[in-house]
Design a protein around this ligand. Structure first.
Ligand code: HEM
Length: 473
């Protein structure tokens, strides 16, 4: 605890406040200066900013375990920022009292690449945008694109068969990005966006890094006219995306582009909505889905008992043919493995809102205008909600087990009216891809513990290298 005066003066002038929660002594939960880990969660002047930056998801978990599920963090530049991981509070923000929450200060940074579109607009302006693109995300629309998914997975298995033959290690992250650049690229702009030697995939990663750093990284202290290597990378990424979007506009005008591009082009949305929404969908959909696939295969490779059940399920349902989208309902264990990987490694590991008026979350007052971060990562590892939270166990997601849990304890796709528009599309692709891989191959990790990094998404810093072996059924 530290001693500091409060802005109100009077009787709280000498009150003792926790540097992390801002709680007065005696307020629940009882503040512990360093938490059970004994490591500090805030430093003088810079607050939590530097400790957070070192490993943001781990910091989020430490803050939760030390100070509870609604935690006031002294962050620069948005001080305080309230981290929320309590399921009832998450529901209140996303559903019960959603009208009291706007996109807020953190989402401003997303405009750097995403302009004013699906993710960055507040609810009143957002509705029209969502209505325009919705038809491309219905079950029928997704089913109509199934042939492209099947073809992309067939090419993936051909590549992996060659890796298996040579015994050469390959990177699950790169492979997953190739798959999603192709399948999601097809839905959005009618092109296989993996066919440029990784330039588009690289541009997405740089853009996501730039958005994260836009909030408050040390990069911003370097005068803007200095072309640092980082800034050059960001500029190149923007040019790549501009090239892709310009091509998508030409294709749409000739009637040959992707479904989503055509819908936006034909709409009454403002001119800039074409860029904003396509770039938003690319940034929100392509890497997230690829990461989910890479992390799922990482976990199943580490858990032979899970892998055996996945293989048995796929063999029983599909025999030696590759799984199709029509098989997915008959592959429930595979779906649960994906769900569990999304719990432990949620690609969107946190997302922001901001209060419009005062609110009370899990018994704690949050003042008007306060940025709020829903930490998906820490909510998914909250020991009050999950037994043995760090363990990978797909059976947490049986129908019975799920029914016993608060639904808002698990929010990999957000919730309420702003729930991820690509949830069905992403989950379908993941489910089919995991079944396809386990039907045909066994993977062995080259590096047991890949280093993870976190900007907007939670990613493996050096990829996830594996070798493959044909199962030889
Ligand atoms: C495993 C894959 C995915 C994950 C984990 C994921 C996660 C999320 C999350 C957490 C949100 C909510 C953000 C918020 O409420 O502030 C969101 C929103 C969004 N996602 Fe996804 N997403 C995935 C796949 C996709 C795909 C495939 C697409 C489209 C191609 C997509 C497009 C979007 C868009 C446009 C939004 C904003 C929705 C709105 O506010 O109307 N996502 N996603």
């Amino acid at each position: 605890m530290t001693r500091q005066s409060t802005p109100q003066g009077s009787d709280t002038d000498t009150a003792v406040r926790c540097p992390v929660t801002g709680a007065l002594a005696g307020e629940a939960p009882p503040p512990e200066p360093d938490g059970p880990t004994g490591r500090p969660l805030a430093w003088p002047v810079v607050g939590s900013t530097i400790l957070y930056a070192a490993d943001p998801p781990a910091f989020a978990v430490r803050a939760q375990r030390a100070h509870g599920t609604v935690v006031k963090l002294p962050m620069i530049p948005h001080n305080p920022t309230v981290q929320v991981t309590d399921p009832a509070a998450v529901r209140q923000i996303l559903q019960g009292n959603a009208d009291n929450y706007c996109r807020g200060a953190y989402y401003e940074a997303f405009r750097l690449f995403m302009g004013h579109g699906l993710l960055t607009l507040d609810d009143a302006d957002w509705r029209e945008h969502r209505k325009v693109v919705n038809p491309a995300f219905t079950p029928n629309a997704i089913a109509a694109r199934a042939a492209e998914t099947d073809a992309a997975l067939a090419d993936l298995t051909d590549r992996w068969a060659e890796h298996a033959r040579t015994g050469r290690p390959f990177d699950l992250y790169d492979e997953s990005m190739q798959l999603t650049c192709r399948v999601i690229g097809h839905a959005l702009v009618g092109r296989d966006l993996s066919r440029d030697g990784g330039e588009f995939a690289g541009a997405l990663s740089v853009a996501l890094e730039a958005i994260f750093k836009e909030v408050g990284s040390l990069e911003k202290l370097v005068p803007s006219f200095i072309p640092t290597p980082y800034r050059r990378r960001v500029r190149r990424a923007r040019h790549t995306l501009e090239r892709v979007i310009a091509q998508a506009a030409r294709d749409a005008d000739e009637g040959s582009g992707g479904e989503v591009a055509a819908l936006i082009r034909a709409s009454d949305l403002p001119e800039d909505a074409f860029w904003s929404n396509l770039v938003t969908l690319m940034l929100a959909g392509v890497e997230t889905t690829a990461l989910a696939l890479a992390w799922t295969l990482y976990e199943t490779a580490r858990h032979p008992e899970v892998r055996d059940r996945l293989e048995a399920e796929t063999d029983q349902v599909c025999g030696v043919r590759p799984p199709t989208s029509a098989d997915l309902d008959s592959l429930p264990y595979t779906g649960r493995a994906v769900d569990e990987a999304l719990r432990l490694h949620p690609p969107v590991w946190q997302f922001p809102r901001q209060t419009i008026e005062d609110d009370v979350l899990a018994g704690r007052r949050v003042a008007a205008g306060t940025p709020v971060l829903i930490s998906v990562y820490a909510a998914h590892r909250n020991p009050d909600q999950w037994d043995d939270p760090d363990t990978f166990d797909p059976d947490r997601f049986t129908t019975e087990a799920s029914a016993e849990r608060d639904r808002s304890a698990y929010v990999p796709f957000g919730g309420g009216r702003r729930q991820c528009i690509g949830k069905r599309m992403g989950l379908g692709l993941l489910h089919q891809a995991v079944a396809t891989v386990h039907g045909r191959f066994r993977l062995t990790l080259v590096d047991e513990t890949p280093r993870s990094g976190a900007y907007i998404t939670l990613f493996p810093k050096d990829g996830i290298r594996v070798t493959a072996e044909e199962r030889g059924r």
